[in-house]
Design a protein around this ligand. Sequence first.
Ligand code: ADP
Ligand code: MG
Length: 322
Amino acid sequence: MLSEFDLIKRYFAQHSTSDPRIALGIGDDCALLNPSPGMQLAISTDMLVSGRHFFADADPVMLGHKCLAVNLSDLAAMGATPVAFTLALSLPEANPVWLEGFSQGLLALANQHRCSLIGGDTTKGPLTICITVFGELPPGSALRRDAAQVGDDIWVSGTLGDARLALAGYWKEIKLAAADHSLAAQRMHQPTPRIALGVALRGIANAALDISDGLIGDLGHILERSQVGASLHIDSLPAGPVLSLQPLAKRREFTLSGGDDYELCFTAPIAQRAAVIAAGLASNTTVTRIGCIQQEPGLRLLDDFGQAVSLQLTSFDHFTTP
Ligand code: ADP
Ligand code: MG
């Protein structure tokens, strides 16, 4: 039987770091960080609960990746560079196969982003994974939700809707060919945090957030916090490669309200169009202009002909969505 301390040592503490920003990692009562001189800390927590955010039998390697990816996505949405993270883990049992896979998926993504695991907590209980990430950015450069300006373009990174399409496949709501379903499922299980794009957008974008609960709901947060409205060209939304093959109504529904995309939605002045495109190229991330910020409150959905479209769509909410 693995003890709590063996478990931490074997699966998580072998992650040694030579990062000068980490003065002390796993093993003491606290970790110690040396933020780079003059930088501000950006901190975010996300919790993933078995049966709620992922299936209880989810592949542990992919789950490890996803748990950290959704947290890194929050740093990306702020324009922060990752530094470190903590991991609070509630486990029903110390299963070595699960722990091996989970730690492998988690730490591979951590290494890729130079984000060290510096501590955490481990307890027995229902499978729940809670990560806190620490990032850094120059003071005043954070891409906040409350900073959209009237006249800004609205942009989105990557593609939308394939994660939601994969879910529809699992639920048998839509029948998908096996190869298509696995491609879409990869987007659901292995989201790519857009860190390089977020950093490249410092000083260019005004407002940003990451899309976790669906574009319209999440964009709604920017509109509310910035006290502005917007028009969206809904047929310009970049659908994922699998969703692109679906009929228009599904493409619209899943790109607008899909959820689990972990793409960035951001606003930037028209004068920054060339700079946004350059930031996309520099970070190897596609960026698509999808609408504009307006004074008039509310969100207007327009088709390719500029005609208003009325759709009954809601975004995911843990306490109101069944
Ligand atoms: P304490 O009792 O002081 O809270 P613990 O016994 O819980 O310390 O943990 C011992 C050390 O192992 C601490 O440095 C803690 O941060 C680290 N740790 C515990 N669980 C994890 C985990 N799941 N991942 C990474 N580090 C962990
Ligand atoms: Mg503890």
